[in-house]
Design a protein around this ligand. Structure first.
Ligand code: FAD
Length: 325
Protein backbone atom coordinates (compact mmCIF):
# COMPACT_ATOMS: atom_id res chain seq x y z
CA UNK A 1 0.00 0.00 0.00
CA UNK A 2 1.31 3.52 -0.80
CA UNK A 3 2.34 5.51 2.20
CA UNK A 4 2.45 9.27 2.69
CA UNK A 5 3.33 11.78 5.36
CA UNK A 6 1.29 14.96 5.31
CA UNK A 7 3.00 17.84 7.09
CA UNK A 8 0.41 20.30 8.39
CA UNK A 9 -3.07 19.63 9.76
CA UNK A 10 -4.74 22.72 8.32
CA UNK A 11 -7.43 22.62 5.67
CA UNK A 12 -4.97 21.80 2.85
CA UNK A 13 -3.32 18.95 4.76
CA UNK A 14 -6.57 17.42 5.99
CA UNK A 15 -8.21 17.66 2.57
CA UNK A 16 -5.34 15.87 0.83
CA UNK A 17 -5.06 13.28 3.64
CA UNK A 18 -8.73 12.49 3.17
CA UNK A 19 -8.35 12.20 -0.61
CA UNK A 20 -5.37 9.84 -0.29
CA UNK A 21 -7.06 7.67 2.34
CA UNK A 22 -10.19 7.45 0.21
CA UNK A 23 -7.98 6.01 -2.53
CA UNK A 24 -6.61 3.38 -0.17
CA UNK A 25 -3.27 4.92 0.78
CA UNK A 26 -1.65 4.81 4.19
CA UNK A 27 -1.40 8.36 5.61
CA UNK A 28 0.32 9.89 8.64
CA UNK A 29 -0.42 13.53 9.42
CA UNK A 30 2.08 15.53 11.49
CA UNK A 31 1.67 19.00 12.94
CA UNK A 32 3.84 21.11 15.22
CA UNK A 33 0.77 22.25 17.17
CA UNK A 34 -1.07 20.14 19.75
CA UNK A 35 -4.23 19.65 17.69
CA UNK A 36 -5.66 20.10 14.20
CA UNK A 37 -6.55 23.35 12.41
CA UNK A 38 -4.67 25.81 14.60
CA UNK A 39 -2.98 27.67 11.71
CA UNK A 40 -4.60 30.20 9.40
CA UNK A 41 -7.53 27.79 8.91
CA UNK A 42 -8.60 28.62 12.49
CA UNK A 43 -9.44 32.20 11.51
CA UNK A 44 -11.32 31.57 8.26
CA UNK A 45 -14.85 32.73 7.56
CA UNK A 46 -15.71 29.41 5.94
CA UNK A 47 -17.34 30.98 2.91
CA UNK A 48 -17.57 28.73 -0.13
CA UNK A 49 -18.14 31.65 -2.47
CA UNK A 50 -16.70 30.95 -5.94
CA UNK A 51 -18.89 33.52 -7.68
CA UNK A 52 -18.30 36.42 -5.27
CA UNK A 53 -14.56 35.75 -5.13
CA UNK A 54 -14.14 36.28 -8.88
CA UNK A 55 -14.83 39.97 -8.26
CA UNK A 56 -11.13 40.21 -7.37
CA UNK A 57 -9.74 36.84 -8.49
CA UNK A 58 -9.02 34.87 -11.64
CA UNK A 59 -11.72 32.79 -13.37
CA UNK A 60 -9.80 29.73 -12.09
CA UNK A 61 -11.24 30.34 -8.62
CA UNK A 62 -14.75 29.93 -9.99
CA UNK A 63 -13.88 26.87 -12.04
CA UNK A 64 -12.00 25.09 -9.26
CA UNK A 65 -14.28 26.23 -6.46
CA UNK A 66 -17.61 25.32 -8.05
CA UNK A 67 -17.68 21.81 -6.56
CA UNK A 68 -16.21 22.67 -3.16
CA UNK A 69 -19.56 22.50 -1.36
CA UNK A 70 -20.21 19.03 -2.85
CA UNK A 71 -16.76 17.83 -1.73
CA UNK A 72 -17.35 19.06 1.82
CA UNK A 73 -20.83 17.53 1.86
CA UNK A 74 -19.37 14.17 0.94
CA UNK A 75 -16.35 14.37 3.26
CA UNK A 76 -18.23 15.88 6.22
CA UNK A 77 -21.97 15.22 5.76
CA UNK A 78 -24.13 18.01 7.13
CA UNK A 79 -21.30 20.55 7.48
CA UNK A 80 -22.35 22.78 4.61
CA UNK A 81 -25.16 25.34 4.68
CA UNK A 82 -26.38 26.16 1.20
CA UNK A 83 -28.20 29.45 1.69
CA UNK A 84 -26.22 31.60 -0.76
CA UNK A 85 -24.51 34.94 -0.16
CA UNK A 86 -26.08 38.39 0.07
CA UNK A 87 -24.03 41.40 -1.04
CA UNK A 88 -25.25 44.81 0.13
CA UNK A 89 -24.08 48.42 0.01
CA UNK A 90 -25.37 51.67 1.42
CA UNK A 91 -27.50 53.58 -1.16
CA UNK A 92 -24.67 56.13 -1.59
CA UNK A 93 -22.35 53.26 -2.55
CA UNK A 94 -24.62 51.89 -5.29
CA UNK A 95 -21.77 52.30 -7.79
CA UNK A 96 -19.76 49.72 -5.78
CA UNK A 97 -22.64 47.27 -6.06
CA UNK A 98 -22.91 47.89 -9.81
CA UNK A 99 -19.18 47.36 -10.16
CA UNK A 100 -19.36 44.12 -8.13
CA UNK A 101 -22.25 42.92 -10.33
CA UNK A 102 -20.29 43.70 -13.50
CA UNK A 103 -17.32 41.62 -12.35
CA UNK A 104 -19.26 38.55 -11.18
CA UNK A 105 -21.81 36.04 -12.41
CA UNK A 106 -24.32 33.79 -10.66
CA UNK A 107 -26.34 36.56 -9.00
CA UNK A 108 -29.75 38.17 -9.17
CA UNK A 109 -30.68 41.67 -8.02
CA UNK A 110 -33.01 41.90 -5.05
CA UNK A 111 -34.89 44.97 -3.83
CA UNK A 112 -35.95 46.05 -0.32
CA UNK A 113 -38.69 43.41 -0.16
CA UNK A 114 -36.34 40.73 -1.44
CA UNK A 115 -33.72 41.64 1.16
CA UNK A 116 -36.34 41.54 3.93
CA UNK A 117 -37.54 38.12 2.73
CA UNK A 118 -34.00 36.69 2.72
CA UNK A 119 -32.72 38.37 5.87
CA UNK A 120 -35.52 39.80 8.05
CA UNK A 121 -32.92 41.43 10.34
CA UNK A 122 -31.82 43.64 7.44
CA UNK A 123 -35.38 44.74 6.49
CA UNK A 124 -35.48 48.43 5.53
CA UNK A 125 -31.71 48.88 5.82
CA UNK A 126 -30.68 48.61 2.14
CA UNK A 127 -32.39 49.45 -1.18
CA UNK A 128 -30.67 46.91 -3.36
CA UNK A 129 -28.55 43.81 -3.00
CA UNK A 130 -27.04 41.01 -5.06
CA UNK A 131 -28.04 37.47 -4.16
CA UNK A 132 -25.68 34.61 -5.10
CA UNK A 133 -28.04 31.66 -4.52
CA UNK A 134 -25.57 28.88 -5.41
CA UNK A 135 -22.98 29.77 -2.75
CA UNK A 136 -22.56 28.08 0.62
CA UNK A 137 -20.72 28.31 3.92
CA UNK A 138 -19.51 26.12 6.77
CA UNK A 139 -18.08 26.52 10.26
CA UNK A 140 -14.37 25.95 9.55
CA UNK A 141 -13.38 24.81 13.05
CA UNK A 142 -16.20 22.29 13.32
CA UNK A 143 -15.75 21.09 9.77
CA UNK A 144 -12.03 20.40 10.36
CA UNK A 145 -12.64 18.56 13.64
CA UNK A 146 -15.17 16.34 11.90
CA UNK A 147 -12.94 15.87 8.87
CA UNK A 148 -10.16 14.73 11.22
CA UNK A 149 -12.55 12.22 12.84
CA UNK A 150 -13.37 10.81 9.42
CA UNK A 151 -9.66 10.66 8.57
CA UNK A 152 -9.06 8.61 11.72
CA UNK A 153 -11.91 6.29 10.77
CA UNK A 154 -10.32 5.77 7.37
CA UNK A 155 -7.10 4.75 9.12
CA UNK A 156 -5.15 8.04 9.08
CA UNK A 157 -2.86 8.62 12.05
CA UNK A 158 -2.10 11.99 13.64
CA UNK A 159 1.15 13.00 15.34
CA UNK A 160 1.11 16.31 17.17
CA UNK A 161 3.68 18.55 18.79
CA UNK A 162 7.12 17.18 19.37
CA UNK A 163 6.09 13.55 19.01
CA UNK A 164 7.88 12.29 15.90
CA UNK A 165 5.84 10.24 13.44
CA UNK A 166 6.69 6.68 12.72
CA UNK A 167 7.89 7.17 9.16
CA UNK A 168 7.53 3.46 8.29
CA UNK A 169 8.56 3.18 4.66
CA UNK A 170 6.96 6.45 3.55
CA UNK A 171 9.05 8.13 0.95
CA UNK A 172 6.64 10.86 -0.11
CA UNK A 173 6.05 13.90 2.03
CA UNK A 174 3.28 16.40 1.28
CA UNK A 175 4.16 19.83 2.57
CA UNK A 176 0.92 21.54 3.65
CA UNK A 177 2.47 23.87 6.19
CA UNK A 178 0.59 27.00 5.04
CA UNK A 179 2.28 30.26 6.02
CA UNK A 180 5.27 28.39 7.52
CA UNK A 181 6.30 27.56 3.93
CA UNK A 182 6.91 31.27 3.28
CA UNK A 183 10.35 30.81 4.86
CA UNK A 184 11.50 28.27 2.26
CA UNK A 185 9.24 28.45 -0.79
CA UNK A 186 10.20 30.95 -3.43
CA UNK A 187 7.50 33.47 -4.38
CA UNK A 188 5.29 32.79 -1.37
CA UNK A 189 4.25 35.78 0.75
CA UNK A 190 1.89 36.42 3.66
CA UNK A 191 -1.31 38.49 3.64
CA UNK A 192 -2.46 39.35 7.14
CA UNK A 193 -6.14 38.88 7.89
CA UNK A 194 -7.64 40.27 11.09
CA UNK A 195 -11.06 39.14 12.24
CA UNK A 196 -13.35 39.06 15.25
CA UNK A 197 -16.31 37.19 16.63
CA UNK A 198 -19.35 39.09 17.91
CA UNK A 199 -22.18 37.67 19.97
CA UNK A 200 -25.66 39.14 20.00
CA UNK A 201 -29.20 37.82 20.06
CA UNK A 202 -30.47 41.01 18.40
CA UNK A 203 -29.41 40.08 14.86
CA UNK A 204 -30.13 36.89 13.00
CA UNK A 205 -28.58 36.00 9.62
CA UNK A 206 -29.03 32.86 7.53
CA UNK A 207 -26.07 33.34 5.21
CA UNK A 208 -22.84 35.32 4.83
CA UNK A 209 -23.53 38.98 4.14
CA UNK A 210 -20.88 41.07 2.40
CA UNK A 211 -21.07 44.81 2.76
CA UNK A 212 -19.26 46.79 0.10
CA UNK A 213 -17.44 49.95 1.06
CA UNK A 214 -14.70 51.88 -0.77
CA UNK A 215 -12.29 51.60 2.18
CA UNK A 216 -13.59 48.90 4.51
CA UNK A 217 -15.50 46.12 2.75
CA UNK A 218 -16.45 43.45 5.29
CA UNK A 219 -18.35 40.24 5.54
CA UNK A 220 -20.33 38.78 8.41
CA UNK A 221 -20.72 35.01 8.58
CA UNK A 222 -23.32 33.58 10.97
CA UNK A 223 -22.23 30.86 13.42
CA UNK A 224 -24.28 28.94 15.97
CA UNK A 225 -25.18 30.36 19.39
CA UNK A 226 -25.78 33.96 18.19
CA UNK A 227 -22.19 34.35 17.09
CA UNK A 228 -20.96 36.13 13.98
CA UNK A 229 -17.53 36.06 12.39
CA UNK A 230 -16.63 39.53 11.08
CA UNK A 231 -13.77 39.74 8.60
CA UNK A 232 -11.38 40.56 7.38
CA UNK A 233 -8.48 42.90 6.74
CA UNK A 234 -6.06 42.28 3.85
CA UNK A 235 -2.65 43.64 4.77
CA UNK A 236 0.50 42.77 2.82
CA UNK A 237 2.65 41.42 5.67
CA UNK A 238 3.23 38.16 7.49
CA UNK A 239 3.18 39.56 11.03
CA UNK A 240 0.63 37.52 12.99
CA UNK A 241 0.71 39.72 16.08
CA UNK A 242 -2.55 40.84 17.72
CA UNK A 243 -5.18 42.84 15.84
CA UNK A 244 -4.42 46.56 15.62
CA UNK A 245 -6.70 49.11 17.28
CA UNK A 246 -7.34 50.67 13.88
CA UNK A 247 -8.44 47.38 12.29
CA UNK A 248 -10.60 46.57 15.29
CA UNK A 249 -12.31 49.97 15.00
CA UNK A 250 -12.81 49.61 11.26
CA UNK A 251 -14.29 46.11 11.49
CA UNK A 252 -16.58 47.17 14.34
CA UNK A 253 -17.65 50.35 12.50
CA UNK A 254 -18.49 48.34 9.40
CA UNK A 255 -20.45 45.75 11.41
CA UNK A 256 -22.33 48.61 13.09
CA UNK A 257 -23.13 50.07 9.65
CA UNK A 258 -24.54 46.70 8.59
CA UNK A 259 -26.77 46.62 11.66
CA UNK A 260 -26.67 49.00 14.66
CA UNK A 261 -27.44 46.10 17.04
CA UNK A 262 -23.86 44.96 16.45
CA UNK A 263 -22.90 48.03 18.50
CA UNK A 264 -24.26 46.30 21.60
CA UNK A 265 -22.79 42.90 20.74
CA UNK A 266 -20.07 41.30 22.86
CA UNK A 267 -16.65 41.00 21.26
CA UNK A 268 -15.95 37.39 22.20
CA UNK A 269 -12.82 36.83 20.13
CA UNK A 270 -10.32 38.63 17.96
CA UNK A 271 -7.76 36.86 15.82
CA UNK A 272 -5.16 37.17 13.10
CA UNK A 273 -4.36 34.66 10.38
CA UNK A 274 -1.71 34.81 7.69
CA UNK A 275 -2.89 33.87 4.21
CA UNK A 276 -0.04 32.24 2.29
CA UNK A 277 -0.09 33.55 -1.29
CA UNK A 278 1.93 33.52 -4.52
CA UNK A 279 2.18 36.73 -6.55
CA UNK A 280 -0.86 35.78 -8.66
CA UNK A 281 -2.80 34.68 -5.55
CA UNK A 282 -3.45 31.27 -7.16
CA UNK A 283 -2.75 28.11 -5.13
CA UNK A 284 -0.38 25.48 -6.52
CA UNK A 285 0.63 21.86 -6.23
CA UNK A 286 4.41 22.19 -6.32
CA UNK A 287 7.03 19.47 -6.70
CA UNK A 288 9.57 19.41 -3.88
CA UNK A 289 12.64 17.31 -3.19
CA UNK A 290 10.58 15.24 -0.71
CA UNK A 291 7.36 14.94 -2.73
CA UNK A 292 4.70 17.59 -3.29
CA UNK A 293 3.51 20.76 -1.60
CA UNK A 294 0.06 22.30 -1.64
CA UNK A 295 0.82 25.97 -1.17
CA UNK A 296 -0.52 29.48 -1.55
CA UNK A 297 -4.15 28.90 -0.56
CA UNK A 298 -4.48 32.69 -0.02
CA UNK A 299 -8.08 33.60 0.88
CA UNK A 300 -9.49 30.40 -0.65
CA UNK A 301 -8.37 27.60 1.65
CA UNK A 302 -11.80 26.11 2.25
CA UNK A 303 -13.00 26.91 -1.25
CA UNK A 304 -10.04 25.49 -3.16
CA UNK A 305 -8.49 22.83 -0.87
CA UNK A 306 -10.83 20.17 -2.30
CA UNK A 307 -9.72 20.81 -5.89
CA UNK A 308 -6.04 21.04 -4.89
CA UNK A 309 -6.31 17.84 -2.85
CA UNK A 310 -7.88 15.94 -5.74
CA UNK A 311 -5.20 17.28 -8.08
CA UNK A 312 -2.34 16.28 -5.74
CA UNK A 313 -3.82 12.83 -5.03
CA UNK A 314 -4.37 12.18 -8.73
CA UNK A 315 -0.76 13.17 -9.50
CA UNK A 316 0.54 10.87 -6.80
CA UNK A 317 -1.70 8.00 -7.84
CA UNK A 318 -0.21 8.08 -11.34
CA UNK A 319 3.23 7.35 -9.95
CA UNK A 320 2.31 5.08 -7.06
CA UNK A 321 0.06 2.09 -6.51
CA UNK A 322 -3.06 2.62 -4.42
CA UNK A 323 -5.14 -0.26 -3.14
CA UNK A 324 -8.47 1.08 -4.44
CA UNK A 325 -7.39 2.33 -7.88
C1 FAD B 1 -9.33 36.09 8.40
C2 FAD B 1 -9.35 35.04 7.34
C3 FAD B 1 -10.56 34.68 6.76
C4 FAD B 1 -10.58 33.69 5.76
N1 FAD B 1 -11.79 33.32 5.24
C5 FAD B 1 -11.84 32.33 4.31
C6 FAD B 1 -13.08 31.91 3.77
O1 FAD B 1 -14.14 32.42 4.14
N2 FAD B 1 -13.09 30.91 2.84
C7 FAD B 1 -11.93 30.30 2.41
O2 FAD B 1 -11.99 29.42 1.55
N3 FAD B 1 -10.73 30.68 2.93
C8 FAD B 1 -10.66 31.69 3.85
N4 FAD B 1 -9.46 32.09 4.37
C9 FAD B 1 -8.23 31.48 3.84
C10 FAD B 1 -7.89 30.19 4.56
O3 FAD B 1 -8.04 30.33 5.94
C11 FAD B 1 -6.46 29.80 4.20
O4 FAD B 1 -6.28 29.80 2.82
C12 FAD B 1 -6.19 28.39 4.72
O5 FAD B 1 -6.49 28.31 6.07
C13 FAD B 1 -4.74 27.96 4.49
O6 FAD B 1 -4.70 26.62 4.90
P1 FAD B 1 -3.36 25.79 5.00
O7 FAD B 1 -3.78 24.43 5.37
O8 FAD B 1 -2.56 26.02 3.77
O9 FAD B 1 -2.55 26.50 6.19
P2 FAD B 1 -2.80 26.44 7.78
O10 FAD B 1 -4.24 26.41 8.12
O11 FAD B 1 -1.99 27.55 8.36
O12 FAD B 1 -2.20 25.04 8.21
C14 FAD B 1 -0.83 24.79 8.20
C15 FAD B 1 -0.52 23.83 9.34
O13 FAD B 1 0.85 23.42 9.24
C16 FAD B 1 1.38 23.34 10.53
N5 FAD B 1 2.85 23.40 10.39
C17 FAD B 1 3.61 24.47 10.13
N6 FAD B 1 4.92 24.10 10.02
C18 FAD B 1 4.95 22.75 10.21
C19 FAD B 1 6.00 21.77 10.18
N7 FAD B 1 7.29 22.08 9.94
N8 FAD B 1 5.68 20.47 10.43
C20 FAD B 1 4.39 20.10 10.67
N9 FAD B 1 3.37 20.99 10.69
C21 FAD B 1 3.65 22.31 10.45
C22 FAD B 1 0.75 24.48 11.28
O14 FAD B 1 0.80 24.26 12.69
C23 FAD B 1 -0.66 24.44 10.72
O15 FAD B 1 -1.52 23.63 11.50
C24 FAD B 1 -9.39 33.07 5.35
C25 FAD B 1 -8.18 33.42 5.96
C26 FAD B 1 -8.16 34.39 6.94
C27 FAD B 1 -6.85 34.73 7.61
Amino acid sequence: MSCFIVKGAGVAGLAVAHELLRRGANVDIVDLKETIGQGSSFFAGGMLAPYCETEAAEEMVLKRGLHAADWWDQAVPGAVTRNGTLVVAQPRELSDLLHFASRTTGHVWVDRDGIAALEPSLAGRFDKALFFAAEAHLDPRRALVRLAENIRQLGGQFHFGSRPPSTKNCSVILDCTGPAAIAHMRGLRGVRGEMLHLETGEVSLSRPVRMLHPRHPIYVVPRDNHRFMVGATMIEMDDDGPISARSLMELLNAAYALHPAFGEARVVETGVGIRPAFTDNAPRVVETTEGLAIAGMYRHGFLLAPAMAVSAATRLSKGLRFTKE
